[in-house]
Write a protein that binds this ligand. Structure first.
Ligand SMILES: *[C@@H]1O[C@H](CO)[C@@H](O)[C@H](O)[C@H]1NC(C)=O
Ligand SMILES: *[C@@H]1O[C@H](CO)[C@@H](O)[C@H](O)[C@H]1NC(C)=O
Ligand SMILES: *[C@@H]1O[C@H](CO)[C@@H](O)[C@H](O)[C@H]1NC(C)=O
Length: 149
């Protein structure tokens, strides 16, 4: 269990060990739409700074699209599933995802993941679910990305 705790902390809080990472252009990645009913953000692309992710390197994943309406505030719920085992969810305000609120109808880019993958990240399949909700709890989007070490 303890390494999972380390993992969730390492993935939750930004670590500043990844220095001198060369900025490369973002690459489109495949993703799964886990929206259950309505998506207020019509997703056009999901991109990563590098793919597949590498240990000890910053992984930044963004979602871009068009919002169908404005929203004043909202929350997100991020769940990392490692080898089918759900780590404790991380929740917080949408501002944490780099959104300036209120967000108006139109183009929106959201940073759904921005953490250095720990050197000790164990081998196996990783699924990351990021769900965003607006003030009335309507889903803005739900994106699942997956990789394997
Ligand atoms: C994602 O799923 C929702 C709900 O089924 C759907 O309304 C939406 O169009 C889908 N978005 C994309 C980009 O496929
Ligand atoms: C976050 O999502 C997980 C997985 O879907 C769920 O079990 C959990 O209850 C959610 N937490 C909140 C605060 O919505
Ligand atoms: C992502 O994290 C890096 C390293 O901490 C930081 O320099 C950068 O500003 C963050 N980017 C976003 C979009 O939050």
């Amino acid at each position: 269990m303890s390494f999972l705790t380390i993992l969730v902390f390492a993935l939750t809080f930004t670590i500043t060990t990844a220095q001198n990472i060369q900025k490369v252009s973002d690459v489109p990645i495949s993703w799964v739409n886990c929206t259950t009913w309505t998506d207020q953000l019509s997703i056009e692309k999901v991109e990563a700074n590098l793919w597949p992710p590498k240990r000890n390197q910053l992984l930044t994943v963004t979602v871009s699209g068009q919002t169908k309406e404005s929203f004043i505030y909202g929350d997100y719920n991020k769940t990392i599933v490692y080898r089918g085992y759900s780590l404790p969810s991380i929740t917080g305000p949408l501002n944490d995802l780099g959104i300036t609120l209120p967000a108006y109808r139109g183009p929106l880019k959201v940073t759904i993941f921005n953490s250095t993958i720990p050197e000790v990240a164990p081998a196996g399949a990783y699924d990351v679910y990021v769900k965003a909700y607006e003030q009335d709890h309507a889903e803005i989007f739900c994106v699942k990305i997956s990789w394997e070490f």
